[in-house]
Design a protein around this ligand. Structure first.
Ligand code: NDP
Length: 330
C-alpha cells in the first residue's frame, strides 16, 4: 500500500474533493515503468486539477501532479532499469493520466528523462515544469541571438514559478534582468534571485494605441500575456525576441499591433513544455544542471506535503504562491 492525493467527484452535485488516501499497486494504470516518486511540485495546472478540474481531468477518481521525480522501481522498457533516477514533466500526466502526487506512479518510458549529474530529485522538482519551461524560453531567446551585453532582459510574472527560475538563470548567465511584479513585497526576493531592477506591474497595465514605444528590452520571458505583452512588444529593441510562455494576465494580447514585427523585426516565440521532443528535453535538463545556480534555487523553495496540496492548489489559482513549492510525498 502507498499514499496518494486522490480527487473524487460527486456525480450528483458535480463537486470534486481532494484528500490523501491509501492505494494498492493494482490501482495504478498500466504503463511500462513503475517509479517510486520522491518529490513532486505545484503548477497552475495542478491547482486546476486538485480543484474543479478546469476541463483537464478526464476521469475520476484522479491522482493529480503534472511533475514527478524519483527512482525507477520496475521497468518493462530496456531504456530504464531499477535504481535509475528520473524526472517527468508534461505529456498530460496529472491531467489525462495519473500523476506525481503519489508515492508510486506508472508511466510510459517515452515520457521520462534521466536526471543529469548534479540535479537530485528534490532539486528537479524545485525546477519542475515551471523551471523547465523557463529554461526552454531562455534557450529559444539564445537561439534567436540573445547574448549577455545586449541590454536589459525583461521577465514578467517574475515572482511566480516560471518567472523566478527565468530570473535566476538569466542573471547567472550574465544578463541584466528587469523583473515585473504586481507584488511590491517581493523586491528583496527578486533581487536575491539576481534581478537588477524591479518594475511594478501597473506600468504595463494601460492598453495604448501607439504603434511603437522607445526601444528598451534586449529580450523578454513573458508569463502574463494580456495588456502587458501588448505593451512589451512595442518596447522591444530592433531584431529581438519575446518568449511567450503563459497567460497569467489573460489569453489575448491586448493592444498588440503588427508594427513591432514589421518595423523592428521583433520575434514572438511560442514556448510549449508539454509535448517538447525528447532531445530538447535532455538539452534543457543539461542546461539546468549547468546554468541554474542551486543556492538561488534553494531560496525559491516552499516545502510541502501531500496533505498541504488542497490549500496550496487554491492558493496558486489566486496568484498567492511565491517561487517553487516542493512536495515531499514520503
Ligand atoms: P504562477 O502562478 O507561479 O506565476 C504567475 C505569475 O504571473 C504570478 O506570480 C504573478 O506574478 C503574475 N500574474 C498573475 N496574475 C496576473 C495578472 N492578472 N496580471 C499580471 N500578472 C499576473 O504560475 P507559473 O509561473 O507556474 O506559470 C505562469 C504561466 O505560464 C501560467 O499562465 C501557466 O499556465 C503558464 N505555463 C505554461 C507552460 C508552457 O508550457 N508554455 C508551462 C508552465 C506554465 P507577480 O506576483 O510577480 O506579479
Amino acid at each position: 500500500m502507498f499514499r496518494a492525493l486522490v480527487v473524487e467527484k460527486d456525480e450528483e452535485s458535480g463537486r470534486t474533493s481532494a484528500g490523501v488516501k491509501e492505494l494498492a499497486l493494482e490501482d495504478l494504470p498500466h504503463a511500462e515503468v513503475t517509479v517510486a516518486v520522491e518529490y513532486s511540485t505545484l503548477n497552475y495546472k495542478d491547482g486546476l486539477c486538485i480543484g474543479p478540474g478546469g476541463g483537464l481531468v478526464r476521469k475520476y477518481p484522479h491522482v493529480p501532479g503534472i511533475d514527478l521525480a524519483g527512482t525507477v522501481e520496475a521497468s518493462e522498457d530496456a531504456r530504464y532499469r531499477s535504481g535509475d533516477r528520473v524526472v517527468l514533466t508534461g505529456w498530460r500526466v496529472g491531467e489525462a493520466h495519473w500523476g506525481g502526487y503519489s508515492q508510486k506512479a506508472r508511466v510510459r518510458a517515452d515520457w521520462l528523462v534521466p536526471l543529469p549529474e548534479g540535479v537530485d530529485t528534490r532539486a528537479a522538482m524545485a525546477v519542475g515544469t515551471a523551471g523547465f519551461t523557463a529554461m526552454l524560453a531562455v534557450m529559444a531567446l539564445e537561439d534567436h541571438g540573445l547574448a549577455p551585453g545586449h541590454g536589459p532582459v525583461l521577465v514578467t510574472g517574475a515572482a511566480g514559478g516560471v518567472g523566478s527560475v527565468a530570473t535566476a538563470i538569466l542573471a547567472h548567465l550574465g544578463h541584466e534582468v528587469v523583473a515585473v511584479t504586481g507584488r511590491t513585497g517581493q523586491e528583496e526576493y527578486l533581487r536575491g534571485l539576481g534581478a537588477s531592477r524591479i518594475v511594478p506591474r501597473e506600468e504595463f497595465a494601460e492598453v495604448t494605441k501607439k504603434p511603437l514605444e522607445s526601444e528598451q528590452w534586449a529580450g523578454c520571458v513573458d508569463a502574463v500575456a494580456g495588456a502587458m505583452l501588448g505593451r512589451v512588444l512595442k518596447q522591444m529593441k530592433y531584431g529581438t525576441s519575446v518568449a511567450a510562455i503563459g497567460l497569467a494576465g489573460g489569453p489575448a494580447i491586448e493592444g498588440a499591433l503588427i508594427t513591432p514585427f514589421i518595423l523592428r523585426g521583433v520575434n514572438l516565440l511560442g514556448i510549449d513544455s508539454v509535448m517538447q521532443p525528447y532531445a530538447n528535453r535532455v538539452r534543457a535538463w543539461e542546461r539546468i544542471a549547468r546554468d541554474l545556480p542551486m543556492d538561488r534555487l534553494e531560496a525559491m523553495i516552499v516545502p510541502a506535503t501531500l496533505a498541504d496540496l488542497p490549500q496550496l492548489g487554491a492558493d496558486i489559482l489566486k496568484g498567492q504562491v511565491r517561487g517553487r513549492v516542493v512536495v515531499d510525498v514520503s
